[in-house]
Design a protein. Structure first.
Length: 201
């Protein structure tokens, strides 16, 4: 996975978490996720489409999620409180928003979909063209995990390689028939004879 896509998310997460939680953060672990992603607790997922495609998952263990939500609420929050899920979604939204701003400055154009609570126990596996990177941010409130799986979309990848993709044919459009091609060839020959001053048959 290209670091020019990932670095803005690392920088954004570091800034958002350090400022929001009023504590320093550090990356404790960074690894490629080859198997299906396993959710650790309360997780929010954001989908990206456009020049860049993929998803971002911010995942907090249940006790960490309670401490983080309580910090933002200014009071103790129960583990079953919806505010916990809303807090994780808002953090994911802020991190992605900051990263998107940096990527827009690099000339990328894409759509950021609203955050959703990620309830599945497992996420999608890495594929041939999409690798998942998992990193752990250590904070005074606990460890927070961010799972990033991004790729250039098909046309963006081709343009970066200098490859011209075939245009999509309009539904219902047909190729010229052999007879139509022959008529076109005869017309071109007649025009050539006129330019040369030869009689046209």
């Amino acid at each position: 996975m290209r670091m020019d896509l990932i670095q803005p998310f690392i920088n954004a997460a570091d800034a958002v978490l350090a400022q929001g939680l009023d504590c320093p953060t550090s990356i404790g672990n960074l690894s490629m996720e080859e198997e299906a992603y396993r959710r650790k607790g309360v997780a929010a997922e954001i989908i990206l489409t456009g020049d860049i495609e993929g998803r971002i998952i911010l995942d907090l263990a249940p006790d960490t999620a309670v401490r983080v939500a309580s910090h933002f609420a200014g009071t103790e929050v129960q583990e079953s409180d919806d505010l916990i899920r809303e807090t994780v979604c808002e953090l994911a939204n802020q991190i992605t928003g900051n990263a998107v701003t940096a990527l827009n400055d690099q000339g990328f154009h894409f759509r950021v979909h609203p955050p959703l609570v990620h309830t599945s126990e497992h996420g999608a596996k890495s594929s041939e063209d999409t690798e998942a990177l998992v990193m752990c941010f250590e904070t005074a409130r606990g460890c927070m995990f961010m799972n990033i799986a991004l790729r250039y979309n098909r046309r963006r990848r081709a343009s970066r390689r200098g490859v011209r993709l075939p245009r999509r044919r309009t539904p219902g459009a047909q190729r010229p028939s052999d007879a139509a091609r022959a008529r076109g060839a005869r017309r071109r020959r007649r025009r050539g004879r006129r330019r040369a001053g030869r009689p046209v048959s």
